[in-house]
Every structure is written in structure tokens, then in C-alpha cells.
Write a protein that binds this ligand. Sequence first.
Ligand SMILES: Cc1cc2nc3c(=O)[nH]c(=O)nc-3n(C[C@H](O)[C@H](O)[C@H](O)COP(=O)(O)O)c2cc1C
Length: 181
Amino acid sequence: MKKEVDKKRACRLINSGNLILVSCSYKDKDNITTCAWHSPCSHTPACLLVALAKKHLSSELIRKSKEFIINIPSWQLKDKAVFCGSNSGRDIDKFQKAPLTREKALKLSKASKIKECIANIECSLIDIKEIGDHFLFFGEPVYAEVVEGIFDFDNIVWKEEADLLFHFGGKFFAKQGPFIS
Ligand SMILES: Cc1cc2nc3c(=O)[nH]c(=O)nc-3n(C[C@H](O)[C@H](O)[C@H](O)COP(=O)(O)O)c2cc1C
């Protein structure tokens, strides 16, 4: 037996990926927003997408700067991720209040990376699609890096030591379990 799920909440059935922090900057304003809705979407060119509500400050900054950084937090940054996802950069400086440390990007000129994250992907904006109340921002990775020892470069997969942070919606999170291959 299966039970019907409200179709407007069907997203929660696939909303189980690792959480990311998107950082972006334009002129004298920089910001961090927490994002559960994201995905790889092309190999050639390499392209990653993040879905951000139109009303977010981050959406405005990315539209203007044409770049963003995907920062990957481990489980230990959960509270900071919730903080960055519960406050708008219109009201506070999230780098300062979280606090999280700005680090200069290697290839991008405006956005700052988040030092405490275990990996960072610098993305150059290649397209934007409007869909309902969100923008889909498509970014081509121009530089990516990961903390040593937590990524298997032979198989191109995370190692268990990464201890990734997953989000299932609302206040429900999960810690990375053991890997099985
Ligand atoms: C765990 C979590 C996941 C979130 N995922 C998304 C998301 O995928 N897309 C989105 O637009 N907002 C998401 N949010 C909400 C934004 O992060 C939040 O509204 C944020 O305050 C917007 O900040 P800004 O106005 O400074 O850009 C999430 C929030 C939390 C706590």
C-alpha cells in the first residue's frame, strides 16, 4: 500500500541531498545563503545548478555579479548553515554574525569562499532560468578544491571522513552514514 503525498510537497521525496552554502558578492555587499535545492546538470560543458528564491538577496547579487561559489559544509557546520538559511543578508552581515571566514577566490573576482567549508566550487554564471518563484542559476565550475584526506581522487567520490550534512526539509537533517560499494 502506498499513500498519496500532497503534490505540492512531492519535492520533499527527493529533497535529501547534501546541503550547500552559496556565497556571492556584488560591489560592497557579500552574502551567504543556505541551499538544499541544487544539482549537477551537464558534463559538457560542466554545469551545476542552484535554485534560489527570487526574493533572496543572493539572487539579486548573483544576477548582477554573474558568479557564485558553492561551499560544502560538513556536519559540524550545521548550526551555522541553519543560521545562514534563517537570516537575510539584507539585515545582517552573515560572514560576521555566523561567524564564517571570507577567503579570496582563486578564479573569480567578486565572491569570497567560506574557509571553514570542506570544499569550494567557484562557478561562473552561464545561464538563468525563471521558474515560478525561483531562479535556476546555472554555473560552470572554473575552480574546485577539497580539504586533503577526505576525497578519494581515484574514484572521484567523497570518503567517509567528509562527514557531509544532508537536509530532508524543515528541521530534519541527517549525518552521513557508512559507505557501501
Ligand atoms: C536548511 C535550509 C535549506 C534551504 N534551502 C534553500 C534552497 O534550496 N533555496 C532557497 O531559495 N532557499 C533555501 N533556504 C532559505 C534561504 O537560505 C533563506 O531564506 C536565506 O535567509 C536567504 O538569504 P538571503 O536573502 O541573504 O539571500 C534554505 C534554508 C535552510 C535553513
